[in-house]
Design a protein around this ligand. Structure first.
Ligand SMILES: *[C@@H]1O[C@H](CO)[C@@H](O)[C@H](O)[C@H]1NC(C)=O
Ligand SMILES: *[C@@H]1O[C@H](CO)[C@@H](O)[C@H](O)[C@H]1NC(C)=O
Ligand SMILES: *[C@@H]1O[C@H](CO)[C@@H](O)[C@H](O)[C@H]1NC(C)=O
Ligand SMILES: *[C@@H]1O[C@H](CO)[C@@H](O)[C@H](O)[C@H]1NC(C)=O
Ligand SMILES: *[C@@H]1O[C@H](CO)[C@@H](O)[C@H](O)[C@H]1NC(C)=O
Ligand SMILES: *[C@@H]1O[C@H](CO)[C@@H](O)[C@H](O)[C@H]1NC(C)=O
Ligand SMILES: *[C@@H]1O[C@H](CO)[C@@H](O)[C@H](O)[C@H]1NC(C)=O
Ligand SMILES: *[C@@H]1O[C@H](CO)[C@@H](O)[C@H](O)[C@H]1NC(C)=O
Length: 456
């Protein structure tokens, strides 16, 4: 069987170096999973005896299937739900292929969440309270984002190959963690609403959240197993190739930025000397399924507009005339009735975004409490030589991988916060004067589950 071959080969390699691997049963299974994934082979634990009658074969299959599900669910935080959902999903097919089981787990998770969209729409009583209504609206957007992270994880499973297991496991961890963060934020948005809307939403989302957490736990366990067994060594590669580690995501993005002497695709200028007067008009020109840098040069000026680089606007590049010269500014805030998430002056969701020589601002002031200048939810996004200015909650590093280089961020409370994998290199953090009763806090990392690969 494939897992035995896989282990055997590994033991031999290790014997060469005079080492022996002692592997527990569950580890063995996880290695088998990796093997199955890598080699794309079905693992049929039963059925080895060709002479059994059909009933016995079937029984063995069921037992093997149950065992496979149990082992896969072992590292999860919500074991019972994991087993229940997978068993129900497996149904009569009695598959033991862990690869199929993981895909099934993702599929069930997506279904559990999308099912609830309808129910969200009929929470009519929520609509009476403005803050709760806004939270509900935010939740719909967040659940869309969450589902799209789950979907790309599902697709990512199909792209496994021998040379990129580590890379793909890392991607899956990041994306599933993002999916979970979006769900968490949805519930956070209901904080301090007076109706029982938050409680209702929690009831709706619990299963989906547990399933997402379980998916992340399973992938993390696979990833750990893979790392501990030095499987990459076996495959003749280092862990986390240059193009994938946080620091080098960055180098990739940074190089991309620095070689951008190319002429912009569109120019925005307040004075009418460019193609457009507003940034949002320029964003409408981003082509569908964009794969190459779409450079928007934003000339010196104060742009009073709320900008959203949507999920489907990928590889967008903003280049300004300097952090103090090209500035996007707004003043939405919590005290005036906007939920934290929606206070952002600029929101970036399209992957591979690059921002350079730009300023992002929320000018609401310390007395207005939460007021986000920039919210980032774009995987492999890069900000170079930028300014983010605000007071409480200036820079929301919400989810996925982000890199900040030579930036200046100012604020009072929790002014860099969120649950992304965010790297800040040679950045300056400027603490502003808070209100009398406030104390300043620079970073507030928001990890909810230990498996999340997030950090500031
Ligand atoms: C595993 O079992 C499935 C049916 O359950 C069969 O289609 C497949 O060929 C088997 N694979 C191997 C490697 O025996
Ligand atoms: C998920 O499962 C449903 C059936 O439960 C199936 O119709 C659908 O094709 C599956 N999705 C994918 C992407 O396999
Ligand atoms: C919610 O209310 C509590 C007390 O009423 C307060 O301490 C907390 O800061 C409020 N949360 C937000 C997000 O304003
Ligand atoms: C993996 O490699 C590291 C260092 O190269 C070594 O310390 C460790 O013992 C190895 N692990 C196994 C299971 O061989
Ligand atoms: C943007 O500009 C680059 C280089 O100038 C060009 O290759 C690319 O096709 C342009 N994109 C669009 C959508 O026009
Ligand atoms: C992105 O999606 C929105 C709907 O959410 C759509 O209106 C817009 O045309 C899409 N843009 C691109 C570039 O595909
Ligand atoms: C960074 O921004 C400053 C002004 O804020 C500008 O003088 C400098 O040229 C920028 N650096 C690069 C490499 O563009
Ligand atoms: C660090 O950032 C400052 C601007 O804030 C810049 O002048 C300097 O060159 C940067 N240093 C490095 C090593 O990149």
């Amino acid at each position: 069987m494939i897992q035995e071959l896989y282990i055997l080969e590994m033991s031999e390699r290790n014997d060469d170096k005079g080492k022996r691997i002692i592997i527990g049963v569950s580890t063995l299974f996880l290695v088998a999973v990796v093997g199955a994934i890598v080699f794309g082979i079905s693992l049929n634990e039963s059925g080895s005896n060709g002479n059994g009658d059909n009933v016995n074969n079937k029984k063995e299959h069921v037992t093997a299937s149950v065992k496979a599900v149990q082992t896969l669910c072992n590292p999860t935080n919500y074991k019972e739900e994991c087993e229940e959902n997978l068993m129900a999903g497996v149904g009569d097919s009695t598959t033991t292929n862990p690869y199929e089981l993981i895909k099934l787990a993702f599929n069930i998770t997506i279904e559990k969440i999308t099912d609830k969209f309808e129910e969200m729409n009929i929470l009519h009583d929520i609509e009476k309270e403005p803050r709760a209504k806004m939270a509900l609206e935010t939740c719909r957007q967040l659940m869309d984002l969450s589902v799209s992270e789950l979907e790309r994880s599902f697709i990512g499973m199909s792209e496994f190959n021998l040379m990129s297991v580590d890379k793909i496991l890392m991607n899956l961890k990041v994306w599933l963690s993002g999916a979970l963060t979006y769900q968490d934020t949805c519930l956070d948005e209901f904080e301090n609403t007076t109706s029982d809307a938050g409680k209702k939403m929690q009831d709706l989302l619990t299963t989906g959240m547990h399933m997402t957490s379980n998916g992340l736990a399973i992938i993390s366990a696979l990833s750990d197993t893979f790392t501990n067994l030095n499987a990459t060594k076996l495959l003749g590669r280092r862990l986390f190739q240059d193009s994938e580690s946080p620091s080098s995501v960055n180098n990739g993005g940074l190089n991309e930025t620095l070689i951008l002497n190319r002429k912009p695709n569109v120019t925005v200028a307040k004075d009418g000397s460019g193609d457009f007067k507003t940034i949002n008009e320029a964003l409408n020109k981003v082509p569908k399924k964009n794969k190459t840098p779409f450079v928007i040069y934003i000339k010196e000026g104060i742009y009073q507009e709320y900008v959203e680089v949507k999920k489907n606007m990928t590889h967008v590049v903003f280049i300004g005339d300097g952090g103090k010269k090209t500035r996007i500014t707004g003043n939405k805030n919590y005290i005036d009735g906007v939920t934290t998430y929606k206070t952002a002056t600029v929101a970036i969701q399209g992957d591979n975004f690059v921002g350079m020589n730009m300023g992002f601002e929320n000018s609401a002031g310390a007395e207005k409490h939460q007021a986000v200048a920039l919210r980032v939810q774009a995987d492999k996004s890069v900000f170079y030589n930028c300014s983010m200015d605000g007071y409480q909650d200036t820079l929301y590093v919400h989810a996925l991988r982000q890199y900040y280089r030579d930036c200046t961020i100012s604020g009072t409370i929790d002014f860099v916060f969120g649950n992304a994998l965010a790297v800040f290199q040679n950045c300056t953090f400027v603490i502003r004067k808070p209100m009398e009763n406030q104390q300043c806090i620079v970073t507030a990392q928001g990890r909810k589950e230990k498996e999340q690969p997030s950090a500031i």
